[in-house]
Design a protein around this ligand. Structure first.
Ligand code: ADP
Ligand code: MG
Length: 243
């Protein structure tokens, strides 16, 4: 089933087009990565999907309904955790709830490995813990779609791998559809069912690569390396679809 559909999404800033006729369908439960050079419009696209930017042409449909603004059905995780510094972990996680639900907050904290830190303040957390808190916060409303904009790129390699596991765990438990922006090809290959390669600005869909590998995946499999070579070619040197 198509959960999320972008039709001819085009975005123009004062200095010209940033996204040009993006068409994309994401199926329920799928993890799709958007991969492309810096400045190609990935964050712009995610903000549009999140309902945070309405100045574009084309359409964004969630289950066939136009997204016209931020909705509890779409959760977002940014590169920086963006936690409220004056609220403890529990309150940060529960922020999006209409009425307090300590059981749900506790369950999510457990899901991301923060069960012992509900009363801690953001400044007491490491970067990885803060980002785990941000993931739990994005999931609190039980969104159908989780958008992640380079969520791990500010973290060291080990923490990044741990958070990739956390992401797969919550994806499995929650059953959300995930759209992940990354510039890390290995991360995209490890996490996604499909990788959408975006061209340099103005961003267009250049190619799609399906990653048909069972999970849990082993890192660094030969078949992943082949896919990586193919993706790198398309990112940097590719001139179009392969014959
Ligand atoms: P990415 O996330 O792929 O690095 P962005 O979506 O952040 O790319 O930006 C795409 C392009 O649009 C870049 O050239 C950037 O400088 C420009 N841009 C981003 N936000 C704005 C804005 N609010 N106003 C004008 N230009 C912007
Ligand atoms: Mg960006």
């Amino acid at each position: 089933m198509v959960e999320l559909e972008l039709r001819d999404v085009t975005k123009v800033y004062d200095d010209g087009e940033a996204l040009s006729r993006i068409n994309l369908q994401v199926h329920t439960g799928e993890i799709v990565s958007l991969l492309g050079p810096s400045g190609c419009g990935k964050s712009t696209l995610l903000r549009i999907i999140a309902g945070l930017d309405r100045e574009y042409t084309g359409s964004v449909l969630l289950n066939g309904q136009a997204i016209t603004g931020p909705t509890p059905e779409v959760g977002v995780v940014f590169q920086e955790p963006r936690l409220f510094p004056w609220l403890n972990v529990g309150r940060n996680i529960g922020f999006g709830l209409k009425k307090p639900d300590s059981a749900r907050v506790a369950a999510l904290a457990k899901e991301v490995g923060l069960e012992g830190y509900l009363k801690s303040l953001p400044r007491q957390l490491s970067g990885g813990m803060a980002q785990r808190c941000a993931i739990a916060r994005a999931l609190v409303t039980q969104p159908r779609v989780l958008l992640m904009d380079e969520p791990f790129s500010a973290l060291d390699a080990f923490t990044r791998m741990r958070l990739q596991e956390v992401t797969l765990n919550v994806w499995r438990q929650v059953g959300a559809t995930v759209v992940l922006v990354t510039h890390d090809v290995d991360e995209a290959l490890y996490l996604s069912d499909r990788i959408v390669i975006i061209t340099e600005r103005p961003g267009k869909v250049k190619a799609e690569v399906r990653v048909d590998l069972p999970r849990p995946r082993e890192r660094g499999l030969a078949v992943m390396h082949q896919l990586k070579v193919e993706i790198m070619e398309r990112l940097q040197f590719g001139t179009g679809p392969k014959p």
